[in-house]
Every structure is written in C-alpha cells, then in structure tokens.
Design a protein around this ligand. Structure first.
Ligand code: SF4
Ligand code: SF4
Length: 429
C-alpha cells in the first residue's frame, strides 16, 4: 500500500489509480485530520469532512460513500491546506490532502468517465479558439440570458457566473512586435503567457512584455499549450500529461538556450512547478522547473540585481493586492507587493483570502453559492480598505472580485506599466 511519505503520483505510481488503495489511504489521512482538526473551517471540504466524522462519533469507517464524495466535490483545489499542515512529507505520516483529493477525482474519472462539462472546462484552448474566432458572438452569447439558461441546464455552468471575455489573441499581438534596441542586456526569458492571457486577458501579456523590454529583458514566446491544470482538475491525467510533455519539450529548448521561464498566472506557474514533476518525473523536467518564475518574482530578482528601472511617472495610491492561493502555496513571499511598493506614492494592503474560484469550481452551478460564500470575507475586507486600485495576479480571482464589486481588477504588471507610463488606473466600486 502506498503511504508514509509517498502516496503516489498521477504520472508514476500504478497504485495511484487503485480504488482499494485510495480507500485505505483516505481512511488513514481522514483519521489523522480528525485528530488534528487544524483545517476545520479552512474550506467547505474540511468543514464537511470533520462534521461528518463527528456525526459518526469519530468512526472513520462509518463515513458513507456520499459523505466521502461530497468531501472531494467541495475541495476546489486551492492547495492552501498543504503548507498549513505539519504532517506533509517528509514527515513519516506523509499527509498530502490536496493530492488525496486529486487522486479521488482521477479514480472517479476512471470509474465513471469524465463528464462533458469537465471535458469542456478542461479544454480552455478549444473554448478560447472558438471564442476568439468570433469574439462578438461569443461575448454576446455569454451575456444572453436564454443561452446562459440553456448552458446551465445542459452543461451545469451557473448562469449567474460572469464568463471571461474574448478579444484579440496575445500571441498574434506579440508576433507583430519588434523588440526595442538593447534588450537582452538584463536577461532572457521564455514567456509562458498562459491560456487566460492568450484568449481573455491579452493586456496582461502586453504589459508583461513592455515592462520586461523596458528593463532590458529579451522576451521569446516559445510554442506552448494550456498548462493542463483544468484537465487535471477534472481527473483527466492523460490530457494533463500530454500538455505537460509538449510544454516541457518546448520550454526545455528555451532553458537550454539560456532563458528563464516567466509566468504571469499563479495557477499555471504552480502547475509547472509542483505538478509537472509528478506528471513527467525526471531530470529534464527538474531542469525546466528550476528556471520557472512567477512574473513578479522575476521582476523582484531583477531589482535585486540592480537592473529594474525605478523612474516612475505616476503614483498608484492605495492599492489592495489580492494574493492568490496558488501563489501563496509557492511560498515565495508577496513579490507583487514588493515590486509595487517601489513606486513612490503607493501603499499596498495584502489580502490573503481565497476567492473560491480555483480553476473551474466557481463556474459550476452546484458550487456557485459556495464559491461566493468563500469570497465574502475578502470582499468585506476590500470594502473596508476602500482602495484606489485592486490588483490580483489571478485572472479568475479578478473575475470573481469584478463581478461582486462592479469595478475593474488589474494584474500587478498592468499597474507597474501604468506607473512607468504615468497613467492613472482606478478600481473605484
Ligand atoms: S491536512 Fe494536516 S493540518 Fe489539515 S487537518 Fe489534516 S492533518 Fe491537520
Ligand atoms: S486544497 Fe483547498 S479546497 Fe482542497 S481541501 Fe485543501 S484547503 Fe480545502
């Protein structure tokens, strides 16, 4: 049986997909959690699990299949319980609760197949290509009440959820650019621009390139596909592994040519750093992963090397920075805050709260209300701060906050570019 410090990996261990092994491992970890309880109220999944165990007088074996299933369903994959837990590997108890939840989704997908909704949400490139081929139609359809009702009934995508907008594709913009003279003096990066930036938030990619160029960094955009996180979310290990292999091949060539890999989206950088070594274990993966940086992490590194331009033309005022879960679990500190604080006339309040979107969970009809409930403390804090500007590195978190407050949320690099260029950005609610 696979326990102690290794509960298996989707890419390597055959027992990872064995239902009996999973049941034994779930009972083992649930028992440890019932004794510890540190994560009670951390998320709906733990609250449900520990309440259910209490309902059975602490008897783990008495948990019903439905209670176990709901525990898995209510996990939205924020991964925050991992750094909180004192019993993660290399502790001999080897508790990895997020991996256990992911494993349960994979075993369920083996048994029941992957539902159409998860197949669609797990393939954001397909949706992105369709949406950006006909952006006006797609944006209209995503706002049309009747079509949204139909989408909810057939696909289970909640009709109240604001969907990402489609427009120009970032990669097309990039191909038409000519780098300014002198780039390369500060470094060379391969930009893993991410699917949301490619199809829904190209301005983030544009700002990233302009800020990097301004600071003397050469930027390439090697061939790339979605990082695979949405596929893995739905239990599609094969789909996630296929994407990981393609990206690793391409990014591996860029790294061999001397580039760092820079990623503007925390879910995608976490996927590269934490999941690729599990999906495609080996030294070639490790070589790429060692060079992966979150975008703000890279900018702070440039600053540490004395290479970041500090001539800013406008203050940012009172900034509220939402630190996304998938960045916090990378344990690299608050690099976006650090870089924005370099702008004179700027204060940054850090909000370490979950928005309850995490991947595809917040789009699903049955979890929409729970997703809003998770976001409520963050929204209350935002109202109390009354910021001039709200920033988040996560495009899905931004979607949730924008929908709730009716005001724009920017990526930190958009704020930095605006400060360089002397433009005022505002997120007045
Ligand atoms: S995941 Fe770790 S910290 Fe959280 S309840 Fe379980 S044992 Fe405790
Ligand atoms: S990964 Fe997040 S949602 Fe899942 S159990 Fe851990 S804290 Fe809860």
């Amino acid at each position: 049986m696979s326990h102690s410090t290794d509960i298996g990996s989707p890419g390597g261990s055959p027992e990872f997909r064995d239902p009996a092994d999973l049941a034994a491992e779930s009972a083992r970890i649930y028992d440890i959690c019932a004794g510890c309880r540190r994560c009670y109220n951390l998320c709906p999944s733990f609250t449900h699990l520990l309440d259910a165990i209490d309902g059975h007088d602490g008897e783990i074996q008495a948990l019903s299949a439905a209670e176990d299933r709901r525990t898995v369903d209510l996990c939205f994959g924020c991964k925050l319980c991992y750094p909180l837990c004192p019993y993660t590997p290399p502790h001999r108890w080897g508790v990895d609760f997020p991996l256990l939840m992911q494993r349960a989704k994979v075993v369920r997908a083996d048994r029941e197949g992957i539902p159409l909704r998860d197949r669609l949400l797990g393939n954001p490139e397909l949706l992105g290509r369709l949406g950006s081929a006909f952006p006006r139609v797609a944006n209209w359809a995503n706002r049309n009440r009747l079509l949204r009702w139909g989408m909810e009934k057939t696909l289970g995508v909640d009709r109240r959820r604001r969907l990402p907008r489609y427009g120009r594709r970032f990669s097309r913009w990039f191909r038409r650019q000519t780098p300014p003279p002198g780039v390369g003096r500060s470094g060379r990066v391969a930009l893993f621009y991410t699917t949301p930036v490619e199809f829904n938030a190209p301005d983030v990619g544009v700002a990233a390139v302009r800020v990097l160029w301004r600071n003397g960094v050469e930027v390439t955009c090697p061939p790339q596909v979605c990082c695979g996180m949405p596929a893995l979310d739905g239990g599609d290990v094969a789909g996630a592994t296929r994407r990981a292999r393609r990206n690793l091949e391409s990014l591996g060539r860029a790294v061999a040519a001397g580039c760092d890999v820079v990623v503007p989206g925390p879910s995608c950088s976490r996927m590269l750093k934490h999941e690729y070594p599990r999906l495609v274990p080996g030294p070639a993966t490790e070589q790429v992963v060692a060079r992966v940086h979150d975008l703000s992490q890279y900018l702070v590194k440039l600053h540490g090397e004395g290479k970041l331009e500090r001539t800013f033309a406008a203050p940012l005022g009172r900034v509220a920075y939402h630190a996304p879960c998938h960045l916090r679990v990378q344990e690299i500190g608050f690099k976006a805050r650090d870089v924005l604080l370099l702008v004179p006339g700027t204060t940054v309040g850090v909000l370490e709260r979950c928005t309850g979107m995490d991947g595809t969970w917040g789009f699903k009809n049955e979890f929409y209300d729970a997703s809003l409930a998770v976001a409520r403390p963050l929204l209350r804090e935002l109202d109390a701060i009354r910021p001039d500007l709200v920033v988040s590195d996560c495009p899905l978190a931004a979607l949730q906050i924008e929908q709730a407050r009716g005001a724009p949320v920017y990526h930190p690099v958009e704020a930095l570019l605006a400060a360089y260029e002397g433009r005022a950005l505002r997120s007045a609610a």
